[in-house]
Design a protein around this ligand. Structure first.
Ligand SMILES: [Zn+2]
Length: 180
């Protein structure tokens, strides 16, 4: 199991943040995480200025605020940073009730979306990549970790009509959030 560290200083994270990340890490094939030193939970204000992330187009600007992958560098092993307050704020937009974060599948999905994207970057650097490096490679792993996680965790999604129902539900929620 990859160690999880917390770097919050004056931010009080929601109690579910750490256990959610821990469960998501356990749900992944463990050899995907080889060479990963740690996952650090942090918050936006703790991210230093001048920190850069490969960004191709505005699409990844938002991503870069939710998590970072730090690849192996000068003998330092790779590690991942998860920006907890930005993930929560991305869902709890004005008008969205707090209880939304207490719906486990939504919470898991929000954290998995960020964590798995950063693990994709790690796979891009360790296991052979299906596309040239950077965001393109992370996106070409796109959805694979998420799909296998969702199928494992929510095995009822194997029934096509439940999948359809869930997707419709997510679509409606998404449209609801977009209007905010
Ligand atoms: Zn990325």
């Amino acid at each position: 199991m990859v160690p999880i560290h917390e770097n919050y200083q004056d931010y009080r994270p929601p109690r579910y943040a750490r256990p959610t990340i821990a469960r998501l890490l356990l749900a992944l094939p463990q050899h995907y995480l080889l060479g990963l030193q740690s996952v650090v939970l942090t918050y936006a204000a703790a991210i230093g200025r001048g920190k850069t992330h490969r960004i191709q187009g505005g699409k990844y600007l938002r991503n870069s605020c939710l998590g970072y992958y730090h690849h192996k560098w000068k003998g330092e092993p790779a590690w991942i940073e998860i920006v907890v307050d930005n993930i929560v704020a991305g869902i709890l937009r004005p008008g969205v009730p707090n209880f939304v974060m207490y719906i486990p599948i939504l919470r898991n999905y929000a954290f998995a979306d960020v964590l798995f994207h950063e693990v994709d970057h790690h796979l891009d650097h360790t296991i052979a990549a299906p596309a040239p490096g950077g965001e393109a490679a992370a996106e070409s792993w796109n959805g694979r970790l998420m799909a296998s996680y969702l199928l494992k965790r929510y095995s009822y999604l194997r029934h096509w009509w439940l999948t359809l129902l869930s997707l419709t539900f997510f679509q409606i929620l998404y449209l609801f959030w977009r209007q905010k």
